[in-house]
Design a binder for this molecule. Structure first.
Ligand SMILES: Cc1cc2nc3c(=O)[nH]c(=O)nc-3n(C[C@H](O)[C@H](O)[C@H](O)COP(=O)(O)O)c2cc1C
Length: 144
């Protein structure tokens, strides 16, 4: 099974987590600018996912929402039917209602609009002491 993590990271946290997955291709979405205020960011690397059967999409939370770079990517990604899909997000604020829940919902909805179904979802709260344990559990859970 071909496996990829397709992710965006502005300040490196999501990138650090993505790098802990073994046997996955790391496909990083990049944009001309990482300014989170740009409404319609121009993407400079748009990962191609045709050849993958299992994809983990990952993004930071920005302003209580899914990062706009990931939103732009998911709005233009090829159809996702038949692929195994898991997601995770990284965020910093202490409560899930401060962006985490909303972001997971947005990702699920966008993935659905491209014909995909999300299996597992995980929020990684960067400010929590149990962060590493959450990451380890997720990596154990996420497999083909
Ligand atoms: C512009 C901006 C807005 C953010 N807004 C939120 C937010 O609404 N809720 C939250 O929990 N964290 C928020 N954060 C924190 C990031 O989601 C968190 O640090 C994340 O792990 C960053 O991931 P990255 O290093 O991969 O970019 C924000 C960070 C930035 C830079």
């Amino acid at each position: 099974m071909n496996k990829a993590i397709v992710y965006y990271s502005k300040t490196g946290n999501t990138d650090m987590v993505a790098n802990k997955f073994k046997d996955f291709d790391l496909l990083r979405i990049t944009a001309e600018s990482d300014d989170p205020n740009i409404k319609d960011p121009k993407l400079t690397n748009i990962p191609k996912i045709d050849s993958y059967d299992y994809i983990v999409f990952a993004s930071p939370v920005h302003g209580f929402q899914l990062s706009r770079v990931m939103r732009s990517y998911l709005n233009q990604v090829q159809h996702l039917e038949g692929k195994l899909i898991d997601i995770f997000i990284t965020h910093f604020f202490p409560f899930a209602w401060m962006g985490g829940d909303q972001t997971l919902k947005q990702m699920k909805k966008l993935i659905k609009s491209r014909g995909g179904e999300v299996r597992y979802k995980t929020s990684i709260n960067w400010s929590r002491r149990n962060r590493e344990a959450t990451i380890d559990e997720m990596i154990k859970l996420y497999h083909e």
